[in-house]
Write a protein that binds this ligand. Structure first.
Ligand SMILES: [Zn+2]
Length: 412
């Protein structure tokens, strides 16, 4: 059952009479006795409420029975009537106070919910405005295709992915998919798993867990999944593999699935997160007659760059042509090509994944909110039981007074 104490909402549908006065936004609350009883029935159950009412009416019958058996003189009667009227006055006051307290508690709970909504909305806006590294379009796509799972030590992105083989029949496509999906999954998992050792996320292990499904070429792409389209023709031109990062789409040269060249797919994922290539041709000059290349970012700790040039076949060709050094070649082919942790931090902040400090704060806040909700719920329940008893007592005394008035009429 929901913890929400905003009890008026369901009633607004059931009770036409009250709904009109209650549909006034976040401050709506229970106002009529009917609502209160319906509320109690929902909280403690219909039987419990019935028992309460029955016990009160038993008392009421017993009391009025007593009055009938023992005739009183008119002055005695007036005395009793006065006392009863005073008591009735007191009870009515009590019922009114209880109703005020009740409204106060439910109103406060409602306003709190409303405030929380506003705060959450503001925070989301703040995050989306503050992140500059990764384009908003990519974030929008990622929010649809990737699910974040965060525990105390692990942040895992579950990524939906579809693979399709252009120009292949369903039979051949499925056969290929069966062969390639395990390799792709392993490649992505290996290249995109990294220990975060610095900054706010220090102590976490980050990883991507791809969930790859086969898609028929004719079938339309699932917008909630990354698309890996394997071209019909193998082609080793530099533009053979393309990415349409913000669309979540990679168009892959089939050669890039072969052997260790498959690491290209792990490189392309970087583009889905909106990051750009870090290799470039520096070009010839008078002092430098050879075409030179930068294969990736220079790193003081000597990491290979997954966002740099990674295709081993291209690296070999370039090395043989003298465009890259032996060191560069070795680093990018023998070094471990995996995502850099600082890039992961950019990705996490773009996806608004809370840092451990934020997470702890949010967890504590949630716990506090829950306990305060429980207190409100208990308060509202106790108040309603008390109110019901008071109203029962009022009804009883009103009935008794009516009878006493009758008796005093007869005795005159
Ligand atoms: Zn690239």
């Amino acid at each position: 059952m929901s913890e929400k104490v905003q009890v008026a909402k369901p009633e607004a549908k059931r009770e036409n009479k009250v709904s009109q006065t209650q549909k006034t936004g976040p401050s709506q609350s229970i106002s009529s006795p009917v609502d209160r009883i319906l509320f109690l029935q929902r909280i403690i159950g219909n039987r419990a409420v019935q028992r309460l009412i029955n016990s009160e009416s038993l008392l009421a019958n017993g009391a009025s029975g007593l009055i009938q058996r023992k005739p009183l003189s008119s002055s005695e009667l007036e005395n009793v009537i006065n006392k009863k009227e005073a008591e009735l006055e007191k009870l009515r006051k009590k019922a009114a106070e209880l109703q005020d307290q009740f409204l106060d508690a439910t109103l406060r709970a409602r306003n709190k919910e409303f405030e929380k909504e506003i705060v959450a909305r503001e925070r989301k806006k703040e995050v989306s405005e503050s992140q500059t590294t990764i384009h908003k379009r990519n974030v929008e796509m990622l929010n649809k295709t990737v699910r974040v799972i965060q525990s105390d030590k692990v942040i895992r992105l579950i990524a939906n992915m579809q693979i399709t083989f252009k120009g292949l029949s369903e039979k051949d496509g499925r056969k290929n998919a069966e062969k390639e999906i395990p390799r792709l999954t392993k490649t992505i998992r290996d290249a995109w798993t990294v220990e975060l050792t610095q900054g706010e996320f220090s102590g976490y292990t980050f990883s991507i867990e791809p969930r790859v499904m086969y898609r028929l070429p004719a079938e339309s792409a699932d917008s909630n999944a990354w698309q890996l389209e394997i071209r019909a023709k193998a082609d080793d031109k530099p533009s053979a593999t393309l990415h349409f990062g913000w669309k979540g789409m990679i168009e892959l040269n089939p050669n890039h699935l072969k052997g260790d060249r498959i690491v290209t797919v792990a490189h392309e994922l970087y583009h889905l997160f909106g990051l750009y290539d870090e290799y470039l041709e520096i070009g010839k000059s008078k002092t430098n007659p050879k075409k030179l290349m930068r294969v990736g970012r220079t790193d003081p700790s000597g990491r290979a760059d997954l966002l740099g040039l990674v295709d081993p076949v291209v690296l070999k060709k370039r090395f043989e042509k003298g465009e890259i050094t032996k060191e560069q070649f070795d680093l990018q082919t023998k070094g471990k090509l995996r995502v850099w942790e600082e890039d992961v931090v950019s990705i996490l902040s773009a996806l608004a994944v809370p840092t451990p400090t934020q997470k702890k704060l949010e967890d504590t806040k949630k716990k506090l909110e829950k306990s305060s909700k429980d207190v409100t719920r208990t308060k509202v329940l106790m108040n309603s039981m008390e109110w019901l008893k008071t109203v029962e007592a009022i009804i009883k005394i009103e009935a008794e007074l009516k009878e006493l008035q009758k008796q005093i009429g007869q005795s005159h």
